[in-house]
Structure formats: C-alpha cells, structure tokens
Design a protein around this ligand. Structure first.
Ligand code: FE2
Ligand code: FE2
Length: 227
C-alpha cells in the first residue's frame, strides 16, 4: 500500500479539528512544501557542482529525501483542503530560490550551502519542530513519518554546519545578509498564521537566530515585522 495513503488514513481516523483549522494547517504545510521543493532542486544542483564523492552522494540522497517530503506534504494538503490553499510566503520563497539559483549558476557551492543547508534549513527545522509539536498536541498521529522527516532534516542541517566549519567564510558568504533578510520577511508573512495558532513569531525568530552558527551571528537581524 502507498505509504502516504496510510499516513492520510491515519490522520483521517485521528483528526478531530474544524475546517478553519484544517485550512490554516494546510497553509502552513503549503509554506513548508515550497521549501521542500526549493531544497529538492537546489540539492540536485549542488550535487552536480560538488567535487567530493562523499558529499556528492549525500546531496543526491538529500535531493531524493526532499522530493519525498514534498510529496508527503502535498498529499496532506490535498486531504485537508481538496481545493488547495495559498502559501502565505510564496513571494519570499521565490526570491530566496532565485538567490540560490544564482549561486549555483556562478559555481558558488559554498554560498549555496550557506543559503540552503545552513540558513533555510535552520529556519525549516524551527518551523517543522513547532509544527510537529502542534500535530502531537492535536493527537493527529503519523509519528513514524514525522520522526523520519525530522531526522533527515537534522542531517541536512548538520551537513551544512559541518561544511561551514571546514571552509573559510569568504566574501561569497556576503549573501548571508540577503538570505537572512528574506527569512525575516518569511516570518513576517507567516505572522497571521502564527497568531491563529497562538504562537509568537518573535519567539520563532529568536530561536532561529539562537541556532545560527557563530560565523553567521554578525549577519543576524532583529525581527522587524512590517505589519
Ligand atoms: Fe525536507
Ligand atoms: Fe532538508
């Protein structure tokens, strides 16, 4: 049986939430889905640039894992809201992807890893772990797949942190300021959703900043909501 179908059936059996909440969960998942798609394509481009066999293998594997995460979230969104939903941070994620495409087009693997595995996945880890906690609280279940996705995401982020340690932070990493500014905009776009779930956006942002590696702390920004 299709694994994703089993997941959705389990959700169906256990989920006891209203339609408005389903829509908001789907919107949050839609944001996570957009990040998975960006990561899937970016890791594949990084693998082509990478000269180290072991790292290349990791990146190919990461790209496959991201595709699986995207397919899982897509199925969950369709189940929650068959008509689909909009991603509240679509524009910012597209801008972020443009930055990442730019780095690989310029053969700048280092800046690409800082952008994807270190910063975007650092933010993704915060977003995903809070989402996971919310799912747990609502008794929705699908623990096995949640654990698998979280563990894979951790390994992607760890890869980025290790890469950062092994390489000197060069001028190429000046992109860090642009990456972090867009992360700030993403949090701002998600603010309405966070409020619906009684979550504090500033808390997410502080957690994200706290987890930034030392080399990037100087680029860290305060959270400035535009609304
Ligand atoms: Fe992922
Ligand atoms: Fe990832």
């Amino acid at each position: 049986m299709d694994y994703r179908l089993t997941v959705l059936q389990k959700m169906n059996n256990r989920m006891n939430i209203g339609s408005e909440e389903k829509t908001h969960i789907a919107r949050y998942l839609s944001f996570l889905l957009s990040g998975e798609k960006v990561a899937h394509h970016c890791a594949a481009r990084q693998a082509k640039l990478c000269g180290n066999d072991q790292a290349k293998y990791f990146l190919i594997k990461q790209s496959r894992q991201e595709r699986f995460h995207a397919a899982t979230f897509q199925s969950a969104i369709l189940w929650l809201t068959p008509r689909g939903v909009t991603n509240p941070a679509k524009k910012q994620m597209q801008q972020y992807e443009s930055l990442l495409i730019n780095t690989t087009e310029n053969n700048d693997l280092f800046s690409s890893v800082v952008g994807l595995q270190v910063i975007l996945e650092g933010m993704g880890n915060v977003a995903l772990s809070h989402f996971d906690h919310g799912i747990e609280q609502r008794g929705i279940g699908y623990q096995k797949i949640r654990k698998a996705i979280l563990a894979q995401e951790d390994s992607h982020h760890e890869f980025g942190l290790h890469y950062l340690k092994e390489n000197t932070l060069s001028a190429a990493a000046n992109h860090a300021g642009s990456y972090l500014s867009l992360i700030n905009d993403m949090f701002t776009s998600l603010q309405g959703l966070f409020e619906f779930f009684d979550e504090d956006t500033c808390h997410y942002f502080a957690e994200f900043n706290h987890n930034l590696p030392e080399q990037l702390q100087e680029y860290a920004l305060g959270y400035h909501p535009n609304t």
